[in-house]
Ligand binder design. Structure first.
Ligand SMILES: NC(=O)c1ccc[n+]([C@@H]2O[C@H](COP(=O)([O-])OP(=O)(O)OC[C@H]3O[C@@H](n4cnc5c(N)ncnc54)[C@H](OP(=O)(O)O)[C@@H]3O)[C@@H](O)[C@H]2O)c1
Length: 198
């Protein structure tokens, strides 16, 4: 079994690659631009994703839009991930959108909708594609580039307290928690959201 990482060159993706390597997992890092250790794959070319995934693999995605003009990338990525038929998918999304929208204030929802623009629909649809396929969607509030922080957990949506503004986490923490889910003996499907300590 390999851990296939989508968005491996990104902020969260780099942590996924590093931590998976530190854990001694078999890592396959997908990126659309050539770089050391990367397998070339672009989500707008689903065949390139399928070619990088074997049936026993787990696909972990930290795919994101680099530019607003790239709207549609998350939907393409989710569809390509499902079509590649890995054993398990762990997908990163944002708290306050789609299934977790009811867990934040109306003010926050409006702010996220305005801030994300076209990407908002992209996120909602991509989440739905992953959830319909039986995958795990991880939702976080604003992520930072601080060091990994203990005490932050992923909880099923039903156990997530309502907050005015959703709890965020360092990208390093999100990557660690996503990998925990990816290799767990008993996978938790559905939406898991960041719950801060204290
Ligand atoms: N920022 C936050 O506070 C926050 C909070 C919650 C959730 N999120 C979500 O978390 C996800 C990851 O965030 P991040 O900040 O780690 O992302 P990021 O640094 O922007 O990285 C995005 C990754 O996606 C890759 N990518 C983009 N288009 C692609 C394509 N067509 N084919 C293959 N790969 C492609 C990028 O590759 P290149 O290097 O080639 O561009 C990069 O590796 C995003 O969906 C974001 O919306 C963010």
């Amino acid at each position: 079994m390999a851990v296939v990482i989508l968005g491996a060159s990104g902020g969260t993706g780099r942590h996924l690659v590093r931590i998976a390597g530190e854990r001694g997992l078999d890592v396959r890092a997908l990126a659309r631009t050539p770089g050391a250790g990367f397998v070339l794959a672009d989500v707008h070319d689903p065949a390139s994703i399928a070619a990088a995934v074997a049936p026993d693999d787990v696909l972990v995605s930290a795919l994101g839009l680099r530019r607003r003009a790239d709207a549609g990338t998350l939907i393409a990525g989710a569809r390509a991930a499902v079509a590649a038929r890995p054993r398990r998918i762990v997908w990163l999304g944002a708290t306050g959108t789609g299934p977790s929208a009811a867990k934040v204030s109306g003010f926050t929802r409006r702010l996220l909708r305005a801030g994300f623009g076209a990407e908002h629909t992209d996120k909602e649809t991509a989440d739905a594609v992953i959830l319909n396929a039986g995958g795990t969607v991880v939702h976080s509030g604003v992520m930072s580039d601080r060091v990994d922080r203990p005490g932050i957990t992923l909880v099923p949506l039903a156990a997530l307290p309502h907050r005015f503004w959703p709890a965020g986490a360092p990208r390093a923490t999100i990557a660690r928690l996503m990998l925990d889910e990816a290799v767990a003996a008993a996978p938790r499907t559905g939406v898991l959201a960041v719950r801060a300590s204290g």
